[in-house]
Design a protein around this ligand. Structure first.
Ligand code: S3P
Length: 166
């Protein structure tokens, strides 16, 4: 089986679904946020504060360009589709799955998740979070070749759907 790349907004389930897909397929999972944190030696919040978002985006592009041929389950960060270069790279990868989630549901999940500090949504109102999400939707859609609805569905159901489509 070829690798599977998961894209979608923060809170869409890319990490959780990635872990379960890895267990089901036996393919190794890699998580871009984790790789970047290992490399930079600080949290993403600290990196954004010290070096800014653009520097973080460069790290994402470096990692994505090294991942093109990997037969892994790849959980990306929610902003991977922002750069045109990244969208072009994603279009070269055989299986890119967009985990699509309603904006209201994403806001609920992000407000509930107290364990992850995400600089682009921390201390933002639901309306402001939606303003980050909505303009990205066309980018997720053009970067994916499979779209899977995740609203009101469990990670196991999502994994089953993905495995039927790949
Ligand atoms: C970001 C999403 C985060 C992380 C960073 C920026 C974004 O990853 O890469 O905080 O711009 O959507 P998750 O989608 O895994 O939370």
């Amino acid at each position: 089986m070829k690798g599977i790349v998961l894209i979608g907004f923060m809170g869409a389930g890319k990490t959780t679904v990635g872990q379960k897909l890895s267990q089901k397929t036996g393919l190794q999972q890699i998580d871009f946020d984790e790789l970047i944190v290992q490399e930079i030696g600080m949290t993403i919040q600290e990196y954004f504060d010290q070096y800014g978002e653009e520097a973080f985006r460069k790290k994402e592009t470096e990692i994505l360009s090294k991942s093109l041929d990997l037969e892994h389950i790849i959980s990306t960060g929610g902003g991977i589709v922002l750069k045109e270069e990244n969208r072009r790279l994603l279009n070269q990868m055989p299986t890119v799955v967009y985990l699509k989630t309603d904006a209201d549901e994403l806001v609920k999940r992000l407000k509930r998740d107290k364990t992850t500090v995400r600089p682009l949504v921390v201390s933002k109102s639901p309306e402001e979070i939606k303003e980050v999400y909505i303009p990205r939707i066309p980018f997720y859609e053009e970067s994916a070749n499979i779209i899977v609805e995740t609203t009101n569905r469990t990670p196991d159901e999502i994994v089953q759907t993905i495995l039927l489509k790949v």
